[in-house]
Write a protein that binds this ligand. Structure first.
Ligand code: ATP
Ligand code: ATP
Ligand code: CA
Length: 218
């Protein structure tokens, strides 16, 4: 059976999730307090309803129990976000993703059992900061507090060299897990592969090692 989703809060973030799920052919129940927002999503979501998600009776009436994955995208009203999450948890929702507004909010959400807490403004800010610092760092994905994956455009110091010749693993403690070339991604690059102009390396490692790599080789 196809998975069913619900998005609570149709701001820019929740709205964007709704649109993308719809584009991928998924069933989405869209919920917001605001009538105009709900109208905007009438043709995008499978169902769009005006409702206050902090009202337990309303959540039950909506049949939220039958939803496999609920995304709570209420922003400024942290209290409403927490209360909604708590009730979804009590109703036994299998998977709950919540957008956190700040670190305290995130802590509380983790404590009450949110399965996934996302912090899009903070994380996007980090990614963009990394790409601003170095023109060659194209993307950055945080894996934990001190591990990340970066996408790096091969610069002068890398072009024409091989992974074995650069000795990246030994010298920097990082692993090149992929090389993007034209439209292809080689996800198990040979150590003897020569890096070409235009290549993009995908590297995983500890942040301090990745920084050293970026400083010395990018
Ligand atoms: P954005 O994603 O645009 O940055 P935001 O993080 O600034 O959004 P808000 O605009 O504060 O978040 O909230 C997102 C949506 O959540 C709003 O459309 C708001 O009407 C809705 N919302 C807030 N409280 C509730 C609630 N209790 N029940 C349902 N929807 C709610
Ligand atoms: P977030 O990234 O948290 O979602 P936002 O997109 O909702 O933020 P705002 O909170 O409206 O944006 O604005 C971000 C910051 O920009 C605020 O701290 C605000 O004080 C500041 N700001 C807004 N206008 C100006 C301005 N004209 N000059 C300087 N700072 C400004
Ligand atoms: Ca915002």
């Amino acid at each position: 059976m196809k998975k069913e989703y619900a998005v609570i809060g149709l701001g820019r973030f929740g709205g964007s999730i709704c649109k993308e799920l719809n584009r991928e052919g998924m069933e989405v129940l869209a919920i917001d307090l605001d009538e105009d927002k709900v109208n905007e999503y009438k043709d995008i979501a499978s169902h769009a309803v005006i409702a206050d998600s902090t009202d337990e009776k309303v959540l039950k009436e909506l049949g939220i129990r039958n939803i496999d994955h609920v995304i709570v995208a209420i922003g400024d009203n942290i209290q409403a976000s927490i209360l909604t999450t708590l009730m979804l948890k009590e109703l036994g929702i299998m998977k709950i993703t919540v957008k956190a507004q700040n670190d305290y909010h995130e802590k509380v959400l983790n404590k009450i059992g949110a399965d996934q807490v996302v912090h899009p403004e903070r994380d996007m800010g980090k990614r963009i900061a990394h790409s601003i610092i170095s023109n060659n760092v194209l993307d950055y994905l945080e894996l934990s507090d001190d591990h990340s994956v970066v996408e790096v455009k091969a610069g002068r110091k890398l072009i024409g060299r091989t992974l074995v010749d650069l000795d990246i693993r030994a010298l920097y403690g990082c692993n090149v897990v992929g090389i993007k070339r034209n439209r292809d991604i080689d996800v198990s690059p040979m150590p003897t592969e020569t890096i070409l102009d235009g290549d993009i390396l995908i590297i995983i490692g500890e942040d301090r090692d990745l920084s050293r790599f970026e400083k010395n080789l990018v």
